[in-house]
Design a protein around this ligand. Structure first.
Ligand SMILES: [Zn+2]
Length: 458
């Protein structure tokens, strides 16, 4: 059920917000967002399906007429957009990989009459590979912003709320990707709106965590958005010092979220902990239900397919400049079996398991999500381990990097290794290795499971 919107802040704050939106051209959500919000509040399953089918027909017709790469693929799949009976018909089309986007960028862009002329670049973060450059039309960017706002409201994230970001990553702030004017406008937008506090997630040592806690105390954000690993470091730090913060809502994203991380963040920050799943290419794909904690999809923006192995493929319903059909997000997850008990008819994901590259593969053909393998040590009472990272080096070996805590005794490792032995059924030889800390990737994110086997298949 939709939740009532909280009050919208001061007059001065609203004026500044309005001005900022005018300057950055992001105010268009005002026109699109109310209709989307009403649709998500009231549509039933049949209504959602009818709408997505129609949106897909329009998108595929556009792709067939204006995008050479897709025109060829639609022809080969003998898929006539006008005769599409439902989103499941998409499965006849070949999936689109990042490598193909890189190789065929030109042929993936719309051309000819009516092709969008106002185009903005998207530069993807690229945790493992090199960044990928894509384009989208301004209208799509605005609608995605609008849908993001609608999804935030449904999570209970108040409009215009003071928000802090414990966030990374030079990769997320591509200086070269934006025009000087755009950067200037963004800069002005941030200065004009003292509602955002940006805390860098890189190198979170004790001194920096102390300083961040103090800045958060002073700033008093209504929402803190963070990588789960970074929020967890902050939470552990606070708990170890007997210190507490009061942040009403913490929103975790960009890495899989573990139950024990949630519990610690809830305890140390007194927060309602929620998450969302999104990508630079697609925008927000799913956002957590505040009552039942499944991830509700965003069917006005994205068609999400989940195959039997859990591989996610996303079709962007909004971007006409460079349509992405059945795009492999590189993540895996699981769709929920039935509708969410909250009454919102949008389908849900039970969870996101993480990057495809974080799935362990065994000779027997078994595949194990790193989230299953990664029994976070703190869930186990009495273990003196602070953190663990599992790295499948090849078909036979798994390096178990662990961070011993102050009370660690070598015997503590035994039960954890026994757990891993059971999980992998002896298919991987375990190589324990004590380390001082688990280092984040260059973009500030931590990967708790890494598979170094070459990618599967074509
Ligand atoms: Zn729900």
């Amino acid at each position: 059920m939709p939740r009532p919107l909280p009050p919208r802040g001061t007059f001065a704050g609203r004026t500044l917000q309005w001005l900022g939106e005018r300057l950055t051209g992001r105010g268009a959500w005002r026109r699109y967002a109310p209709a989307a919000a009403r649709f998500y509040a009231h549509a039933d399953a049949a209504g959602l399906r009818a709408r997505q089918t129609q949106d897909l027909r329009d998108l595929l017709a556009w792709a067939a007429a204006r995008v050479p790469f897709h025109a060829e693929r639609l022809r080969r799949a003998d898929l006539d957009p006008a005769r599409l009976t439902g989103p499941e018909d998409l499965a006849r089309l070949a999936p689109l990989t990042r490598a193909e986007v890189r190789a065929h960028a030109e042929a993936l862009c719309a051309r000819g009459p009516g092709a969008p002329t106002r185009i903005v670049p998207i530069v993807t973060g690229g945790t493992t590979g090199e960044p990928l450059r894509l384009w989208q039309d301004r209208e799509a960017a605005r609608r995605k912003d609008a849908l993001t706002e609608v999804l935030k409201r449904r999570m209970g994230w108040p409009r215009g709320a003071r928000a802090a970001y414990l966030w990374g990553a030079a990769a997320d702030l591509p200086a070269g990707g934006l025009s000087r004017l755009r950067r200037w406008k963004d800069d002005l937008f941030e200065r004009a709106l003292p509602r955002a506090l940006l805390l860098h997630a890189g190198r979170l040592d004790e001194a920096r965590l102390d300083a961040y806690a103090t800045r958060l105390e002073r700033f008093r954000p209504a929402v803190l958005q963070a990588y789960p690993s970074a929020a967890d470091l902050l939470a552990r730090h606070l708990l170890a010092r007997g210190r507490r913060l009061h942040v009403p809502m913490v929103v975790l994203t960009a890495e899989p979220v573990f139950a024990d991380q949630r519990a610690r963040v809830h305890e140390a920050l007194g927060a309602n902990v929620l998450s969302f799943y999104g990508s630079r290419e697609m925008g927000w794909i799913a956002a957590e239900c505040p009552t039942h904690h499944r991830l509700h999809l965003n069917p006005l923006g994205v068609v999400l397919e989940v195959d039997a192995a859990g591989v996610l493929r996303a079709t962007d319903l909004l971007n006409r400049a460079m349509p992405l059909l059945r795009y492999e997000t590189g993540d895996t997850g699981r769709l929920s079996a039935g509708p969410c008990p909250c009454g919102d008819a949008r389908p849900t994901l039970d969870r996101i398991d993480g990057r495809v590259g974080d799935i362990f593969r065994l000779r027997s053909g078994r595949r194990l999500s790193s989230t299953l393998a990664d029994m976070r040590p703190a869930q186990q009472t009495g273990l003196g381990l602070l953190d663990v990272q599992l790295v499948q080096e090849d078909w036979d070996h798994l390096t178990v990097r662990y961070v011993p805590g102050p009370d660690f005794r070598p015997a503590d490792l035994g039960p954890y290794l026994a757990f891993l032995e059971r999980l992998f059924a002896g298919e991987l030889r375990l190589l324990p290795e004590a380390v001082g800390r688990i280092e984040p990737e260059p973009n500030g994110k931590v990967r708790h499971g890494i598979c170094r086997l070459p990618p599967e298949g074509p």
